[in-house]
Each structure stands twice: as C-alpha cells, then as structure tokens.
Design a protein around this ligand. Structure first.
Ligand SMILES: *[C@@H]1O[C@H](CO)[C@@H](O)[C@H](O)[C@H]1NC(C)=O
Ligand SMILES: *[C@@H]1O[C@H](CO)[C@@H](O)[C@H](O)[C@H]1NC(C)=O
Ligand SMILES: *[C@@H]1O[C@H](CO)[C@@H](O)[C@H](O)[C@H]1NC(C)=O
Length: 228
C-alpha cells in the first residue's frame, strides 16, 4: 500500500499536458494529490522551516522532573507519507494520518527537579523509527484575485504515537558520556518520556508544517486539481 502510494504520488504533478483532476469524492485520488503536495513542501527551493525544522525552546515534565530543550533541530519529516484521510468539503474538515519512518531530533537539554541535586545539562538526541501522526484540520476556501479557489488550513488538532521504540540519548557536558541514571530512564521508560513530550513537539511541528503548506496552497488553485 505505502509503496504503491510512493510510486504513484510522484507522478501527480510531473504528468505533462492535461492534468488529471480528482473528483472530490475520490478518496484514492485525493490521497495521491495530498502526497504530491506534501512532497512539494519539502523541495529544496521552498526554504521553509520544515525539514530541517528548527525550534528555539520547548519544555516538558516527566514525573517531578522538568526538562528544557533548547536549540532543537529536527529532520526526517520528508520521510512522512499521507496514509489515510477523511475530508468533507461541505463541513470544511480535512483529517489525515501520516506515517514517518525516521525523525531525528537533537539539541541541548537541562533537567531540574527535587531529585536532581545539581542541574543536569548537556546534549540529547532523539531518534524515532516508524511514527504515526494524526491531525484533524478545519480549512477555508479562499478566493484569489484571479477568481481561483485556494485551500487554507485554519485550525488543527494533533495526536501522535510511536509505532516502534524511540532511542533517546542524554549526554553530559563534562565528558560527553551518557548519564547512567538518564540511560536507565531512557531505556526503561522511553515510552512514558516520549508521551510527556510528543504532544508539544507535534503541535509545534504541525504549526510549522501548516504555515509552509498554506503558503504553498496559494500557488495551487483547486480548480487545476479538483473537479469542483
Ligand atoms: C545551536 O545548534 C547549532 C547546531 O547544532 C550550533 O552550531 C549552535 O552553537 C547552537 N547554539 C547554541 C546557543 O547552543
Ligand atoms: C479526529 O476526528 C476523529 C473523528 O471525529 C476522532 O476520532 C479523532 O480522535 C480525531 N483526531 C485528532 C487528532 O483530533
Ligand atoms: C472575478 O469574478 C467577478 C464576479 O463574478 C468578475 O466581475 C470579475 O471580472 C472576475 N475577475 C477575473 C479576473 O476573472
């Protein structure tokens, strides 16, 4: 299923001459179109903050620990594919699921809390394998000056879930070694740690993604791709 999608989605925009338009009810066609649009957002000349994605600061809590992340750099969103979707043009709903095969996150962290005597600082890496990202969006259809219709995402909810173990590494500043207590935590409790962090990450990532997508949508009038 995924492989077929990959092969077909590349063809959507490159087809010369007459473009195939999707019927609004043809889910399979909309799925291919969505993947083509999604690929376009990662094209090098697009130069958006999507892949790599940079975030200055984020924090999360785990038990009574507060973890601050700075200088966060994320890559791998270009491995994500739209796998399933639901859309209702009358209700202005577009819900979809992405599968991402590899996302890498790195930067600096600080951990503080009652059990931490000296504040722990250092570098961290988070490497995911397969991850499922789900988002429900509401959109509006905007008329452009040339009387074309463009798609614009207004609001979204995001839920994400790891499908495979996530590798977390926290190293200290002094010798670059992994902190034994952190190593234990990240090995044994990676899922709990991820669950406390992933919603914040997902919200920021989707916000950046939709900013870039909304910009891209202004260049893709729906009349050219959909039978409205
Ligand atoms: C942020 O990360 C970049 C790349 O890893 C690094 O060059 C830069 O020094 C970091 N900035 C801070 C404030 O640590
Ligand atoms: C999206 O909407 C569906 C149906 O209403 C719901 O089951 C699902 O949990 C929602 N997903 C998100 C990410 O909000
Ligand atoms: C857009 O539509 C309006 C109203 O239907 C019309 O008056 C106008 O000429 C159209 N503009 C263009 C550029 O087609």
């Amino acid at each position: 299923m995924l492989t077929t999608l990959l092969l077909l989605s590349c063809a959507f925009f490159s087809a010369s001459g007459e473009k195939e338009k999707c019927k609004v009810t043809d889910k399979q066609c909309i799925l291919l179109l969505s993947n083509s649009v999604f690929e376009k957002v990662f094209e090098a000349d697009n130069n958006q903050n999507v892949d790599p994605m940079y975030i200055e600061f984020m924090e999360g809590n785990f038990l009574d620990l507060k973890i601050k992340f700075r200088n966060i750099s994320m890559t791998g969103y270009n491995t994500c594919k739209v796998f399933d979707l639901y859309w209702d043009i009358e209700q202005f709903l577009f819900n979809f699921e992405l599968y991402c095969s590899r996302i890498s996150i790195n930067g600096q962290y600080e951990i503080s809390g009652p059990a931490v005597t000296t504040e722990e600082k250092g570098k961290y890496t988070i490497n995911t394998k397969s991850y499922k990202l789900m988002t429900n969006t509401t959109f509006e259809l905007v008329q452009t000056v040339g009387n074309k219709t463009v798609f614009h995402v207004k609001n979204f909810n995001a839920k994400v879930s790891p499908l495979e173990k996530v590798a977390l590494h926290f190293t200290n500043l002094y010798n670059g070694q992994e902190i034994p207590s952190a190593k234990f935590l990240t090995q044994e409790h990676w899922r709990n740690i991820i669950y406390t962090l992933q919603d914040n990450f997902a919200t920021i990532c989707f916000r950046n993604l939709f900013l870039a997508l909304n910009k891209l949508f202004t260049t893709l009038p729906l009349e050219e791709y959909l039978e409205l």
